[in-house]
Design a protein around this ligand. Structure first.
Ligand code: F0G
Length: 537
C-alpha cells in the first residue's frame, strides 16, 4: 500500500473553520463597476469579486491559534506584553535556528510566576544581534516595529539620506543596488533622492520544463554578481550606502534566491565594506526553496536555514503581511554594532536613536509602531507558524499547481513557479497578435478576466513600471508580466480549477483582448494604484 505522500496528490494541510460566502454578480454589474472605477484593478470593490489575486499581502486567512492570540492583545501605550513577545519571536526566527525559546508560550499559557516572566521575557538583556533587549534596546535601539514594510523602508532610506547629507553635504548622488527592488522600495529610495538599481540574473524568462518543477530550481531570483561588483567599482563604495537583496524576488516573478548567492553577495559587500540588507518579505518561502532544491540543505530544518540566511545580513526590512502570516505588520531590524551602525552613526548620535525618534514621530511609541496590541500577538503567532515545513510545502505546492496546470494548457507562465505567485509572460501570450508593448495588453487581459469571470489579477509590466515614461536603457529593466498572487491559506483546489479554466478561455480568445489607453494620471508615481484607464474595444 502506498504511503500518504506517495499517492501523487498533495496531502491537505488545513481545514476551513470560517467561510465567507460570495455574492452572485452579473457580467453587466461588473461592467458597470469597472466603468465607474476607471478600469483600475486597485479601485474595483473586492466584495464583488469571485477570486482576488491582486496581492498576497495581508490577505492571509489566520489560524485558530492566531485568532485565539488576539485575546491576549495588550493595548497599553508603553511596553505592552506583545512587544516583548514579538521581539523574542524575531530573535527565535532569525537568530536562534533550531533552539527557539518560544517565550510566547509564557503568555499564551497564562504564566503567573513573576520572576520567570521577568527573566525570560520582560527584562532579558540581549545584545549583538538584530534585537537588543533590556537596557541595550534603550541605549542602542535596533528593532523597530512598523505598520507595514514600506513604513520600515521610509524609516531606513530617509535616515540614510539625512545622515549622508550631514556627513558629505547635500545634493550628492547615491545608488542602492538590489536583485529586484519592489515598487514601494524603489519609490521610497527615489523619494529620498537616491537611485534604485535592479541587478536581475539574466535569463529570468528562459524556458524551463514544467515536469522538472518538483525536482530542480535554477534560483532565478539571484543577484547578478558581476554586475554588482563592476557597479561598485564604477560608482565608488562611498556612494553606495547599502546593498539590498530581496528574498524571494517579487519583481522577478517571485523567484527564490540561493544561499550560494546570498553568501557571494555578502562576500562582495564585506570586500567593499558596504552594509548588506535583506528585504525579507517572503523569507520562509525562500528557505523552503533552499531546503528543497539547494545541494547540502535537504536535511536542514527551515529554522536553521533561515538562521544561516540572516547570518549574512547586516539588517533587514520586512513586511510581515506576507510571511508573517498576518493581516498587518512590518519592521526594521539592524545588527547591533554592525557595519550599518558604524557607517551611519555620527559622533553625536547613534543611528538607532535617530531611527527611534523618527519612529515615534511617524508611527507611535516604539513598542507598538502603529499596530494594535492584538495585531502584535497574532503576528507573533504567525511568525512561529510560518516556518513550519508542512505549511510551507502546502503553500508552495499550491502555487506550483496553478503554474503547472496553466502551463499544461499552453498558457505561457514563467517557470518554475515562485513561492507566492504565478506570472504570465505577456510578450509570449500575445505572440502572433497585433498587440505591442505600449498597448498595455497585460492590463487588457486583467480587465477581461475581471469582466467575464470576476477574477482580479495585477499587471506588473509596461503599465505599472511606466514604459512610456522611460528611456531605452530603463526600458530594458521592465518585464511584461501579469501576476496572480495567491493569498495564504485562503484558496483550495476548486479555486485553482476555476482560475485555470478562465485563463485558458481568455488565452484561446487572446486576439479579442482590448488595447488599453491611460485616460488620467499617466505621470503619477506608483501609477498602477491610481490612474484612470479605458479599454479600446
Ligand atoms: N518588499 C517586497 C518584496 C514586497 O513584496 C512588498 C509588498 C513590500 C516590500 C512592501 O511591503 O506592502 O507591507 O508595505 N508587496 C505587496 C505585493 C504589496 O502585493 O507584492 P508592505
Amino acid at each position: 500500500m502506498k504511503t500518504m505522500n506517495e499517492l501523487g496528490v498533495p496531502v491537505p494541510t488545513h481545514r476551513a473553520h470560517v467561510i465567507r460566502p460570495l455574492k452572485e454578480v452579473s457580467l453587466e454589474q461588473r461592467e458597470r463597476a469597472l466603468r465607474e472605477t476607471e478600469y483600475n484593478m486597485f479601485s474595483f470593490p473586492a466584495d464583488l469579486l469571485v477570486l482576488d489575486y491582486l496581492s498576497d499581502s495581508g490577505t492571509t486567512a489566520m489560524s485558530d491559534l492566531q485568532w485565539a492570540a488576539l485575546f491576549h492583545g495588550d493595548e497599553s501605550y508603553g511596553r505592552n506584553k506583545g512587544y516583548y513577545v514579538l521581539l523574542d519571536t524575531i530573535r527565535d526566527t532569525f537568530e536562534r535556528g533550531d533552539q527557539p525559546r518560544e517565550a510566547i508560550k509564557l503568555i499564551l499559557s497564562g504564566e503567573k510566576d513573576v520572576e520567570t516572566l521577568m527573566d525570560k521575557l520582560y527584562l532579558t538583556a540581549d545584545e549583538g544581534g538584530f534585537v537588543n533587549g533590556g537596557q541595550h534596546q534603550l541605549s542602542r535601539p535596533n528593532a523597530f516595529i512598523t505598520p507595514q514594510g514600506r513604513a520600515a523602508e521610509h524609516l531606513l532610506f530617509s535616515t540614510i539620506r539625512e545622515v549622508l547629507d550631514e556627513m558629505n553635504g547635500p545634493g550628492k548622488e547615491y545608488w542602492i543596488p538590489n536583485n529586484g527592488h519592489f515598487d514601494t522600495t524603489g519609490a521610497n529610495i527615489a523619494a529620498n533622492g537616491i537611485e534604485p538599481v535592479n541587478m536581475f540574473q539574466p535569463g529570468v524568462l528562459d524556458p524551463f520544463p514544467y515536469e522538472k518543477m518538483d525536482r530542480e530550481n535554477p534560483f532565478k531570483g539571484d543577484m547578478d554578481l558581476e554586475k554588482l561588483e563592476s557597479f561598485i567599482v564604477e560608482k565608488g563604495r562611498e556612494n553606495i550606502p547599502v546593498i539590498y537583496l530581496t528574498v524571494t524576488n517579487n519583481t522577478v516573478a517571485g523567484q527564490p534566491v540561493s544561499l550560494a548567492n546570498i553568501k557571494a553577495v555578502h562576500g562582495i559587500a564585506k570586500k567593499y565594506r558596504i552594509p548588506l540588507f535583506f528585504d525579507a518579505c517572503r523569507f520562509a518561502e525562500n528557505a523552503a526553496f533552499i531546503k528543497q532544491f539547494e545541494k547540502g540543505y535537504e536535511k536542514r530544518s527551515i529554522r536553521s536555514i533561515v538562521q544561516e540566511m540572516f547570518s549574512y545580513a547586516d539588517g533587514f526590512s520586512i513586511s510581515l503581511k506576507k510571511d508573517g502570516l498576518s493581516n498587518i505588520g512590518g519592521g526594521l531590524f539592524i545588527r547591533d554594532r554592525g557595519d550599518f551602525v558604524q557607517r551611519f552613526s555620527t559622533k553625536n548620535e547613534d543611528v538607532g536613536v535617530r531611527l527611534k525618534e523618527k519612529q515615534i514621530v511617524w508611527f507611535g511609541n516604539d513598542s507598538y509602531g502603529a499596530l494594535s496590541g492584538r495585531d502584535i500577538m497574532a503576528l507573533a503567532v504567525g511568525i512561529h507558524e510560518v516556518v513550519d515545513e508542512t505549511y510551507l510545502y502546502g503553500r508552495i505546492g499550491q502555487t506550483r499547481l496553478l503554474a503547472r496546470e496553466l502551463a499544461a494548457a499552453g498558457v505561457p507562465v514563467v517557470l518554475p513557479a515562485g513561492g507566492h505567485a504565478v506570472y504570465i509572460d505577456m510578450d509570449r501570450f500575445f505572440e502572433g497578435t497585433d498587440m505591442r508593448i505600449g498597448d498595455f495588453g497585460g492590463v487588457g487581459f486583467t480587465i477581461e478576466l475581471l469582466r467575464h469571470y470576476g477574477i482580479r489579477a495585477c499587471e506588473l509590466g509596461p503599465f505599472a513600471f511606466e514604459w512610456d515614461q522611460r528611456n531605452e536603457e530603463q526600458r530594458k529593466g521592465i518585464l511584461n508580466l501579469v501576476r496572480f498572487a495567491i493569498p495564504r491559506n485562503a484558496y483550495s483546489r476548486e479555486h485553482i480549477d476555476y482560475t485555470v479554466a478562465a485563463v485558458v478561455e481568455l488565452y484561446k480568445n487572446r486576439h479579442k483582448i482590448p488595447k488599453v489607453k491611460i485616460t488620467r494620471g499617466a505621470e503619477l508615481r506608483l501609477r498602477h494604484f491610481q490612474t484612470g484607464l479605458k479599454p479600446v474595444y
